[in-house]
Design a protein around this ligand. Structure first.
Ligand SMILES: C[S@@+](CC[C@H](N)C(=O)[O-])C[C@H]1O[C@@H](n2cnc3c(N)ncnc32)[C@H](O)[C@@H]1O
Length: 214
């Protein structure tokens, strides 16, 4: 498997959630928690990283190509597999919900990952894709950092809402909901935000919910 820059920055990456990213993470969780009751089990996170979201949301299984990150996720009680979203180690129609949580922008082959997620979901299963919208302040700041050679963000590609919706529909999903949050930018995130239904321009953290509906 190709070298993953997240592996080399594992500690630094993980500590973001307790420091600079603490309030942003709390805002993101606040948008995701109300969805949980309606999501069929079992749950998998693709791009589980160090397991921060998975632990906070009760996602039991995670895959990621970065072994160092998976060590953290394991220590947080997540059952992990070293794998990429493009080739998932699960049988057809076996999972209830698959989450992508700020992983979408790092996928080299998002279309293939959507196809794989569709394959492993049961009929009526859900995709929860929380991505950083290209027009939000957080993605804009990361795009600037990428221009200066940032080791992680220079590998990312940030998308707009319509593009993510089109790709998700083309993979066969029916879009059943959208949530927007995180309108404050990096360095100015000082208060908790209530999530808003639908797509709202300027949101950094956008959650698109898809359903496998054959
Ligand atoms: C910004 S991190 C998000 C991590 C995680 N959701 C968390 O709670 O910490 C992006 C993650 O995507 C993973 N990733 C990159 N390419 C991937 C791929 N093709 N399939 C699955 N995960 C991938 C990275 O290794 C990294 O863990």
């Amino acid at each position: 498997m190709e070298k993953n820059p997240f592996d080399e920055l594992a500690e630094k990456y993980d500590s973001w959630y307790d420091t600079k990213g603490k309030l942003a993470f709390a805002i993101e969780l606040q948008a995701l928690r109300p969805l949980l009751n309606n999501l069929p089990q079992p749950w998998l996170e693709v791009g589980v990283g160090t397991g921060r979201f998975a632990q906070a949301l009760g996602i039991e299984i995670g895959v990621d190509p970065a072994e160092r990150l998976l060590e953290f996720a394991r220590s947080r009680g997540i059952k992990t597999f070293r794998a990429s979203g493009e080739v998932l180690p699960f049988e057809d129609s076996t999972l209830g919900t698959v989450f992508l949580l700020t992983t979408w922008e790092f996928l080299k082959e998002p279309v293939q990952v959507l196809k794989e997620i569709y394959r492993v979901l049961k009929e009526g299963g859900k995709l929860v894709n929380a991505y950083l919208d290209k027009d939000g302040k957080w993605a804009r700041s990361y795009i600037e950092k990428a221009k200066h050679g940032h080791p992680l963000f220079s590998r990312a590609r940030f998308y707009g809402y319509e593009e993510v919706v089109d790709l998700t529909r083309n993979a066969g999903f029916k879009i059943t909901g959208t949530i927007s949050t995180l309108f404050q930018g990096p360095g100015e995130t000082v208060v908790l935000e209530e999530p808003r239904e639908g797509f709202h321009s300027g949101a950094s953290f956008v959650v698109i919910i898809g359903e496998k509906n054959e």
